[in-house]
Design a protein around this ligand. Structure first.
Ligand SMILES: Nc1ncnc2c1ncn2[C@@H]1O[C@@H]2COP(=O)(O)O[C@H]2[C@H]1O
Length: 256
């Protein structure tokens, strides 16, 4: 299985794209602005979108994706997310005011966008990869995802602050090989990190003490806010010397 990083920034500007990853050829994990770099043919192939939460930087391209591929597809795009996240999308995005409600277009019983509630602990299988929602803690309902190819599992934290249930779930994965985890803010913004339920390097390294078998896990840092991205990564590397840590890169392909 492969995961292609379409966007992994906490913001926009220049080359920065917000969170979106392509799992195999037809599954998106989050739908931030990185989706906009896919070709039309690649967009048409997407059958599934798994969302961590409803914040704009993780869903920005979903409305335009469905409109772009609508006429070229015969089956719906299925959006998997918690009921809470789907409720927000329905009420605030696909509400005929911000965007048409593609969950009833062209008809309620033949819609081109299908919402499939998926709560923490639930698992879906796509192309042989088992995708499980894990607990996360953000300012809005949020999940992380474990992607198990059969050979190895990659965990993506989504946006989260420290969360004991997340580490319990992660430590129960026997074949964990990669952990993509966010660090949005530099240490000088720790107050904002706490307020907005993100990690700063100090908060991350404190939380990583809960990771069992850390020597077997490659840790990739995502969601750096553009203002301080270099500083934040430097702080992570300086304090995280005991771990195998690197920056997640846009365009990176992870095989697992
Ligand atoms: N008081 C606040 N609470 C939450 N988010 C905030 C606040 N002030 C600014 N923000 C920003 O709003 C952003 C919303 O998306 P993020 O969670 O990625 O990151 C958040 C912060 O960068």
């Amino acid at each position: 299985m492969q995961l292609r990083i379409l966007g992994c920034s906490g913001g926009i500007g220049g080359v920065h794209r917000t969170t979106a990853m392509l799992l195999g050829e037809r599954t998106l994990i989050d739908a931030g602005t990185g989706v906009g770099d896919l070709t039309y043919d690649e967009l048409v192939r997407i059958d599934h979108v798994f969302l961590t939460h409803a914040h704009l930087d993780h869903i920005a391209c979903l409305p335009m994706l469905i409109d772009t591929v609508f006429g070229a597809r015969e089956r719906p795009i299925v959006v998997h997310a918690s009921q809470a996240t789907l409720g927000v999308l329905h009420q605030h995005v696909f509400n005929w005011a911000v965007w048409p409600d593609f969950t009833v277009i062209p008809a309620a019983d033949a819609a081109m966008l299908r919402f499939e509630p998926m709560e923490t602990g639930e698992c879906r299988e796509v192309d042989g990869c088992r995708i499980t929602a894990l607990p996360a803690l953000h300012t809005v309902p949020a999940v992380a995802y474990a992607l198990d190819s059969g050979d190895a599992t990659l965990v993506f934290s989504g946006d989260t602050a420290d969360c004991a249930e997340f580490w319990q779930a992660v430590n129960a994965i026997p074949n964990l090989g990669t952990l993509i985890i966010e660090t949005a803010f530099a240490n000088r913004e720790e107050a904002l990190a706490r307020l907005s339920r993100h990690f700063s390097p100090r908060l991350l390294l404190d939380a990583l003490k809960q990771l069992a078998r850390s020597d077997a896990v490659e840790i990739l840092i995502t969601h750096l806010k553009p203002a301080d991205h270099a500083l934040t990564m430097r702080e992570v590397l300086e304090s995280g010397a005991d771990f195998r840590i690197a920056r997640l890169e846009q365009g990176q392909i992870i095989r697992f």
